[in-house]
Design a protein around this ligand. Structure first.
Ligand SMILES: Nc1nc2c(ncn2[C@@H]2O[C@H](COP(=O)(O)OP(=O)(O)O)[C@@H](O)[C@H]2O)c(=O)[nH]1
Ligand SMILES: [Mg+2]
Ligand SMILES: [Zn+2]
Length: 307
């Protein structure tokens, strides 16, 4: 029997098959190629199930190869990662201009992880019903100017406005598995509840003590849309893990750099200070945004320091 994991509590998994929704657990150990993971099975995984003798529950005996996945660094184990979700068709990164402000560096890390699997990504700027200061609105302008030309749609929304949200998003979500991501407190669960009221995901006021918000969701969970397709709500993520990416590979995941990569003088160019570097030349000429280049350098050196 084949099914898809729609919820995980760490020891029990809720698996949806063609005919029903089943509680299942893992049997024995799973081989996890080279990835050091804290969770062997993630939401979105397709698995093979067997009924447990005489019981209503099942055991997961195998996992089908993942088409893609998004990971974050484990908070519990150094050098380990946690798969947030797998087999994703598109990713929505929900960001906010203030309380908490989503940094460009965070957006770029997310985009590197989606680009590494060519998962289409969209940036949703939420809480646009609020009044903002000029400097916050300038930040919104920056986000649009940086990401739209790269092919990442930037959509301003208010997750509180149900009708508009449904009209705009139901067609975009139909038949697809969509990951909702972003810091705690940006409105992921609010967005999901508007589109799938039965989901009833808990939402929380942002803590007055920390503008980063408090954690309300600990595991990713997948919800089915009325017209087909799934939305995945994720716990607030502090940092995305970028694994399995070599230094020379990183620039491939910056879409605007890709086109110049074959044109550097050295084919192992890291685009830092090498002579004849086309990326540096294009940065100079204004074809690559300086903020994006900064993110590239930051990720490059951060990853190096982990090796
Ligand atoms: N003003 C305003 N508040 C929002 C909006 N979306 C969510 N919120 C509030 O932001 C807080 C955090 O929302 P939540 O959905 O729990 O965020 P999550 O941590 O990303 O799931 C809650 O108090 C929500 O009511 C919005 O569009 N506008
Ligand atoms: Mg939430
Ligand atoms: Zn170069």
């Amino acid at each position: 029997m084949k099914g898809r994991v729609i919820k995980s509590t760490g020891s029990w998994y809720t698996v949806k098959t063609d005919s029903s929704t089943i509680q299942a657990r893992l049997r024995g150990k799973f081989k996890q190629d080279e990835l050091k993971l804290t969770n062997p099975i993630a939401v979105g995984d397709y698995v093979i199930l067997e009924k447990e003798g005489g019981q209503v529950t099942s055991v997961i005996t195998d996992i089908l190869p993942r088409e893609n996945y998004i990971i974050r660094k484990s908070t519990r184990k150094a050098h380990h990662s946690h798969i947030i979700a797998s087999n994703i068709d598109q990713a929505f990164l929900i960001v906010t201009l203030r309380n908490p402000r989503t940094s460009l560096g965070f957006i770029d890390r997310f985009l590197v992880s989606t680009e590494s699997f060519r998962i289409p990504a969209t940036i949703l700027v939420n809480k646009m019903d609020e009044k903002y200061k000029d400097k916050d609105l300038e930040y919104l302008q920056d986000i649009k100017e940086i990401y739209e030309p790269l092919g990442y749609p930037v959509i301003e929304i208010s997750a509180l406005k149900s009708d508009k949200l449904k009209g705009e998003f139901i067609p975009l979500l139909k038949g697809k598995t969509t990951l909702l991501s972003g810091h705690s407190g940006v409105g992921k669960s609010t967005f999901l509840n508007q589109l799938i009221p039965e989901a009833q995901q808990a939402t929380k006021e942002i803590s007055k003590f920390s503008a980063k918000g408090v954690h309300t969701t600990t595991f990713a969970e997948m919800f089915e849309l009325e017209d087909g397709g799934y939305l995945i709500d994720t716990p607030g993520i502090k940092e995305f893990g970028i694994l399995d990416i070599d230094d020379n590979e990183l620039s491939h995941y910056f879409v605007e750099m890709r086109q110049y990569l074959g044109q550097c003088k050295y084919n192992n160019c890291k685009h830092i200070n090498e002579p004849g570097c086309m990326v540096l030349q294009k940065l100079e000429e204004g074809y690559i945004h300086p903020y994006r280049y900064d993110s590239y350098v930051n990720i490059l050196f951060e990853e190096e320091s982990h090796k």
